[in-house]
Design a protein around this ligand. Structure first.
Ligand code: NAP
Length: 542
């Protein structure tokens, strides 16, 4: 049935999602005087920080830079309790922001967007929700998140398991009792590591199914006093300017002296200093050569392996299982997790690391998990920390149809492309944040990059309106140029040689391409700023 004007909500603009980007996008478009609403699947705001409420969830950007920068007053009126606050505090903070800006009245919760079809005659989008509601809007901004399509139901026989199964990215709101239970954790990415180290003291026993070992960095997470936070507040303008220019949107950046120009002692001192920092600085504020030079990559990898070995004592089996081998992949060629006594968990008597490279998980059975060597591992609870269909997954679940009824899902099953991660040729008036081929898809402190994209999109829409234009669509040529530039930069790095969600290799059949722009946040912003300053060449307005 085609919608009639009586049962259609007609808007100037619509935002999908009420996470970090969606909240700010709603605020910006509303400030422009547009009729705008946001639609959100969850019952509350937060996005990632709503869904990922698994034990131990916390971010690993420091609280002083995981911030909104558009209001100094807002920054100063929230005091984080520690350097890397946990999920409940971050969800609380995003609720505080939404309440301060009075955003909730314009957000429809518990609503999943099912489809969005572009009408070429009107230049507007017809959107439907899973409840059959219809929305008609001119501009559609999809702030769906880069890690919001969790992989679930991935194992044969999963429904036959008699115990409880939890997916970290869909963790229930109520209490989950793991006390004294026999628990399995599948996955040792950033999520699995946080879960494992957090639940270890309460479970009866735990088996961790380890497939690919991880390089890790111990997190240093001091509490923040009033005085500490006042110190950060004094630096608001400096931090705000800095995070926009660095490689990964943090307040730190790569060392200014080349690896080759440093003595062995200087290199060692710098690596030790960054390690002691207890943040991602060892990765994103040491030597950029680690991303492109195999020799440097190996030396830094060995530095980390040495630190890890010393924590696992002489346990050769554990070292083999948990520490990446020289031939596996280099430090930092996929996401490096921060941790807190994660390795020590495996030294507990009631914890076992199961080598599921040697004997992969075959299927779930009523008692637990059966591995390829025929062993049935019995459990009460199985926790899936197996990751996400990153970058493209959240957008592909919506049936986006652009000009000529083209399907974004079908298109991205062949090849994932965007222009600067913010528009896709053939989908006029659709804008995206956190989408593939921008730093915000992975290689950025998320608040830095998402706010930048929201500002750029808002200014682009404003420019179109002020010039009497109704439709904005990136040209094929501009998109292709961006994709070629993206690929050229990526191809020079070692990142493209490592299998991970960065390359889409964690999802069967996903086209291989680095999901995130790796030319640096500062360079990305410079490029996007130039496009805006020149009046958006390549973004056709009609
Ligand atoms: P992930 O990095 O993709 O890790 C998924 C894990 O599941 C990997 O260890 C993977 O092993 C394993 N796995 C998947 N299928 C498996 C199978 N069939 N059998 C055995 N193991 C299997 O996902 P994630 O840990 O959820 O992290 C995703 C991203 O979220 C992170 O990289 C990070 O950007 C973000 N995150 C951030 C924070 C933070 O800020 N502190 C916390 C959590 C997550 P293989 O590697 O062998 O495929």
């Amino acid at each position: 049935m085609s919608p009639t004007t009586e049962n259609v909500t007609v808007l100037d603009a619509m935002v999908i999602g009420a996470g970090v980007a969606g909240l700010y996008q709603l605020h910006r478009l509303r400030e422009m005087g547009m009729s705008v609403r946001a639609y959100e699947t969850a019952t509350g705001v937060g996005g990632t920080w709503y869904w990922n409420r698994y034990p131990g969830a916390r971010f690993d950007s420091q609280a002083e830079i995981y911030q909104y920068w558009f209001s100094e007053e807002l920054y100063k009126s929230w005091k984080p309790s520690e350097r890397f606050p946990a999920q409940p505090e971050t969800e609380e903070w995003l609720n505080f922001v939404a309440d301060r800006l009075d955003l909730k009245k314009d957000i429809q919760f518990s609503t999943r967007i099912a489809s969005a079809h572009y009408d070429e005659e009107t230049g507007r989008w017809n959107v439907t929700t899973d409840a059959g509601e219809h929305i008609n809007c001119q501009f559609l901004v999809a702030c769906c998140g880069m890690l919001s399509a969790p992989l679930e139901n991935r194992f044969k026989g999963q429904q036959t398991f008699k115990g409880e199964v939890y997916t970290t990215g869909l963790w229930p709101k109520g209490e989950v009792n793991l006390k004294g239970k026999k628990v399995a954790v599948i996955g040792t990415g950033a999520t699995g590591i946080q879960v494992i180290q957090t639940i270890a003291p309460e479970v009866g026993s735990m088996k961790v199914f380890v497939r690919t070992p991880q390089y890790i960095i111990p997190m240093r997470n001091p509490k923040y006093s009033e005085q500490d936070w006042a110190g950060w507040c004094d630096r608001f303008n400096e931090l705000k300017a800095k995070v926009r220019t660095t490689f990964a949107g943090f307040d730190y950046d790569f060392h200014d002296k080349a690896w080759a120009d440093c003595s062995v002692e200087e290199r060692q001192a710098l690596l030790e200093d960054r390690w002691e920092n207890g943040s991602l600085a060892l990765w994103l504020a040491s030597f950029p050569e680690m991303f492109v030079d195999e020799g440097v990559s190996e030396e830094i990898s060995e530095f980390v392996r040495g630190k890890m070995r010393s924590r696992l004592g002489n346990d050769e089996r554990l070292c083999d299982l948990l520490i990446p081998d020289k031939d596996d992949y280099g430090f930092g060629t996929h996401r490096v997790p921060l941790e807190n006594k994660y390795l020590e968990v495996y030294l507990q008597d009631n914890v076992e690391a199961v080598d599921c490279q040697a004997a992969p998980i075959q299927e779930f059975v009523p008692e637990g998990i059966k591995t390829a060597d025929g062993t049935v591992h019995e459990f009460d609870v199985i926790i899936l920390a197996i990751g996400f269909d990153a970058g493209s997954g959240a957008l592909s679940r919506i049936d986006f149809r652009g000009r000529g009824n083209r399907s974004l899902k079908e298109q991205w099953q062949q090849e994932i492309t965007t222009a600067m991660g913010m528009q896709i040729h053939g989908y006029p008036n659709l804008f995206t944040t956190g989408a593939p081929l921008a730093p915000s898809a992975a290689l950025c402190n998320m608040t830095t990059c998402l706010q930048y994209q929201v500002d750029w999109i808002t200014n682009c829409i404003d420019h179109a309106i002020k010039n009497g234009k109704k439709v904005v669509e990136v040209s094929q040529e501009t998109e292709t140029q961006w994709v070629e530039h993206h690929d050229e930069v990526a191809s020079k790095t070692l990142v493209v040689k490592t299998d991970s969600w960065y390359m889409g290799s964690n999802v069967e059949g996903k086209p291989r391409r680095l999901i995130s722009y790796i030319g640096g946040v500062g360079n990305y912003h410079k490029h996007c700023d130039e496009v805006a300053a020149e009046g958006y060449p390549g973004f056709e307005m009609r």
